[in-house]
Structures are given as structure tokens and as C-alpha cells.
Design a protein around this ligand. Structure first.
Ligand SMILES: [Zn+2]
Length: 361
């Protein structure tokens, strides 16, 4: 599995006080959105007249169906094939003879040949598209959501306020209840409602990273959970349908007894899945079938997760992962971007909170 190269990021000491402002939320986009589109070398020809165009394009598209992402023609220049298609031992003409072109098309393809540089793939964002245009005209399907992730307009004002509030909450819970150690919160964004909270313990056994505990506590809210723990958990209220068993009592009591958090909702929806049902992909399954692992859930983490934790979040099908502090061994932005590995069978979106400290760099 090829992992994308690490993003160089200076390590900074981090101390977010209660009054420090979390200013923004930036999407951690994968390299395919951020890097310039690589160029490849291609053979082109120059037609003597535009009348030849139709016949040439028709035969080319049947016999050499390359460059689906490019316009095949620029003025009278026509793309034939990537240079890598042709062996060093043969000429362009010899190569073309293999494809039984009609005589006049073959003749046209062998006129005014030159090597040109063309974009290797279709751009994902407009900024990439504009750069590719300097080389060769490219097809482009603008995606409003991708553009909004890049320019930070993907969240509404009220969503933004809620996300930032969760970030402030992570800082507060870590400081007041977990001796400054990492804390994570899992939220069902539909209500929104806090489904589970976990803080990494003092023991720091390899499996007790915050995200691993959090995934396990979410499972507790679905009659699962495998981790041995001495913690006591909130008990379900008879007055409510919500399942509170993913919430350690210490965190739940702290939040429900504090007037600042009176408006927060707690608990998971009761699972409506039965054992016979097969797992189906997609976020809307949360609405259709009720909770299943972290499907459709958002995860907020004080600390960027390591590779093991990031994989646990992939396996648990988290919808979005938000984190506040970069980690030296972070697997979502610092060391690499696990969410951009195409081979994985689930992909979540990743966001990082930015603070006034980021602003100073
Ligand atoms: Zn970890």
C-alpha cells in the first residue's frame, strides 16, 4: 500500500487556555486535491486542414481510445497517444501501422508530429484546472462540495458553532477530568447528540489510546464493547429513548450538572438492526437502520490519532473526524493522510481546528 508522503508541519507546543479562541476549521484534503496535476509526454500531429478533423477523431477514438480526460484537439493539433505506449525500437509511424488506420487518416497522423506535455488526469478543483489549461485543454467537472471544502464554506454558521463548541469541550474535559490527557467525543450529528466520550487512561496500554476506547464505548451503546474497564457508565433514563451506556459517568455527570451544557443532548438512538441484516454501505443507513458502529457519526479528538487509531476509525465507519492538536505520529495530516488511501474500503472526511496560535505562524 503506497501511503502519501508526509506533510511537513512544524511541531509546536500547544496550550489552549479556556479563553483561547478556536478560529476556524480546515478540511485536510488529500494530495489529489492539492497537488498540481502531473504532466505526461504525448505524441501529437498537426492537421493540414480542419476538414480532416472529423475522420481523424473518429478513427482515433476507436483505435487509440486514450486521453478520456482531455480534449483531443487544440486548434489543428491532435493528440495521438502517450509517448510511453511506443517502444524505443519503433517509430510513431511503425506503431500506427499496427492499428489499420485508413490511408488518409494515417497520412494525416504522420504530419507535423511533435511531443507535447499533457495533464495525466482530470483536475479535482478549479485551481488545478486553471493550471492544466496552460498545457493542454482538459475536461473538468466542477464539484461544489469539494470547492467548499477547500475554501471553508462547507459548514453553515450553526454547524461551525457546534463543531467549535465540541473542540472547546475536548480541552475542558481533558484538563478538568483527564489530567490533560487525550479525550474524544463521538456525536450523532443528526440531533446532534453526544453518543460516547472517552479519555485515554494512565496505564497507556497499547490498546488504550483515546480513539480505541471511544470506538469501544460507541459499541457499548449498541450492546457491544470488548474493553475491560473499571469505569462506571451513565444509566439509561426511563424518561428517554436515548442509550447512555457509551458515556462514562464521570463525564456525563460533569456535563449534565454544569449549566453551560444544559442545552446539549446525550445518548445514542436505540439500534434497530437485527442480526440477519447484512451490512450495507452509506451514511444514510444511520437514518434507515439505526446506529451501526460509528456509521454516520462524527468523531472529535483532542489529539490527531495515530495509525492504529485512524484504522480503528476507518473500520468503525466514522463519517467525519475532527481533531485539534497535531501529533508527532499523527496519521491524518502530520505523517500521512490515511483518509486519502484509495485502497481502503471506507473513507471519512478529516478536519482540523485552527487556533490563534496557528495564526501566528
Ligand atoms: Zn492511537
Amino acid at each position: 500500500m503506497d501511503l502519501p508522503p508526509p506533510e511537513k508541519r512544524p511541531r509546536k507546543s500547544f496550550s489552549l487556555g479556556d479563553n483561547d479562541e478556536i478560529l476556524g476549521i480546515r478540511a485536510i484534503l488529500s494530495d489529489e486535491f492539492l497537488q498540481e496535476i502531473p504532466l505526461i509526454q504525448a505524441h501529437s500531429c498537426q492537421l493540414e486542414t480542419k476538414q480532416q478533423l472529423q475522420a481523424v477523431i473518429q478513427e482515433l477514438s476507436q483505435k487509440l481510445p486514450h486521453f478520456q480526460h482531455l480534449k483531443r484537439v487544440q486548434d489543428r493539433d491532435v493528440l495521438i497517444c502517450p509517448s510511453s505506449e511506443i517502444d524505443a525500437s519503433e517509430t510513431l509511424e511503425q506503431y500506427l501501422e499496427r492499428f489499420a488506420f485508413s490511408e488518409h487518416v494515417l497520412h494525416a497522423l504522420c504530419q507535423g508530429n511533435k511531443l507535447v506535455k499533457v495533464p495525466e488526469r482530470m483536475p479535482r478543483l478549479r485551481v488545478q484546472y486553471e493550471k492544466t489549461q496552460q498545457h493542454w485543454p482538459c475536461k473538468f467537472h466542477p464539484n461544489h462540495y469539494s470547492e467548499s471544502l477547500r475554501n471553508g464554506t462547507n459548514f453553515t454558521a450553526s454547524q461551525r458553532i457546534f463543531h467549535k463548541r465540541m473542540a472547546q469541550l475536548l480541552v475542558k474535559l481533558s484538563r478538568n477530568l483527564n489530567a490533560g490527557r487525550p479525550v474524544g467525543i463521538c456525536v450523532d450529528p443528526r440531533t446532534p447528540s453526544i453518543v460516547a466520550i472517552a479519555g485515554s487512561g494512565e496505564a497507556q496500554s497499547p490498546h488504550e489510546h483515546c480513539s480505541m476506547l471511544l470506538v469501544d464505548f460507541v459499541a457499548r451503546s449498541q450492546q457491544g464493547g470488548a474493553m475491560d474497564t473499571n469505569l462506571s457508565f451513565a444509566e439509561d433514563l426511563t424518561s428517554s429513548e436515548a442509550i447512555l451506556s457509551g458515556l462514562p459517568k464521570s463525564y456525563y455527570d460533569y456535563l449534565t450538572k454544569n449549566d453551560d451544557y444544559k442545552d446539549l443532548n446525550f445518548g445514542a438512538e436505540k439500534s434497530r438492526r437485527n442480526e440477519k441484516m447484512e451490512e450495507v454501505q452509506g451514511d444514510d443507513n444511520l437514518s434507515k437502520f439505526g446506529p451501526y458502529l460509528c456509521t454516520g457519526y462524527d468523531v472529535y479528538l483532542l489529539q490527531e490519532p495515530c495509525l492504529m487509531c485512524s484504522m480503528a476509525l476507518v473500520h468503525s465507519r466514522a463519517k467525519r473526524v475532527f481533531f485539534l492538536r497535531p501529533s508527532d505520529n499523527g496519521a491524518l495530516a502530520t505523517r500521512f493522510q490515511l483518509h486519502s488511501v484509495k485502497e481502503l474500503n471506507h473513507h471519512f472526511e478529516v478536519f482540523q481546528f485552527t487556533t490563534n496560535e496557528d495564526d501566528l505562524t
